[in-house]
Write a protein that binds this ligand. Structure first.
Ligand code: FES
Length: 158
């Protein structure tokens, strides 16, 4: 483990490339995730660590990207189970490459597009819904966020 003093970039602690394993404190400081959150992610199988002889956790550097991915996905409301499934696609036996991450990101594009569409619909109809209160299963963006009846309604009403 390096004893070099920590450097920062934009207030974010930087981990020298020569450091191949991170303590939980380093991972927390670099990723911005609380130590308790990292323990939670580990308990859910989203990241993993090895234990030292003193029973301290050590994370490989790719845990930084994994944590960044988890946090970004959580911010847009992706369930942890889906995040875990996605991360399971990454290779266990080696550090994920840029291509691995690109493949994972591409696989999520459809899901993210679906969420953006759903949120946009909710944004555009929320004021109407608050003033309405009908919670119609057919027309309400709150009750029917995916607009599953949208095509039928559009056709019949038009
Ligand atoms: S509550 Fe009436 S349209 Fe949503």
């Amino acid at each position: 483990m390096s004893t070099d003093p920590p450097t920062t970039l934009g207030g974010v602690p930087q981990i020298p490339e020569t450091v191949h394993e991170l303590t939980v404190g380093q991972l927390s400081a670099r990723s911005g995730a609380a130590v308790s959150a990292l323990h939670f992610y580990e308990s859910k199988g989203l990241i993993s660590s090895r234990r030292t002889s003193g029973n301290q956790r050590r994370y490989t550097r790719d845990a930084l990207r994994r944590v960044a991915f988890v946090r970004a996905a959580q911010r847009v409301g992706i369930p942890l189970a889906s995040i875990r499934e996605a991360l399971a696609e990454l290779p266990e036996e080696r550090t994920p490459t840029h291509e691995d991450w690109a493949r994972l990101s591409a696989a999520w594009r459809t899901e993210l597009d679906r969420r953006i569409t759903r949120l946009s619909r909710l944004r555009d109809h929320l004021a109407d819904c608050i003033g309405c209160g009908c919670l119609s299963l057919e027309t309400c963006a709150l009750s029917n966020p995916d607009d599953v009846f949208g095509e039928r309604l559009t056709g019949s009403r038009l």
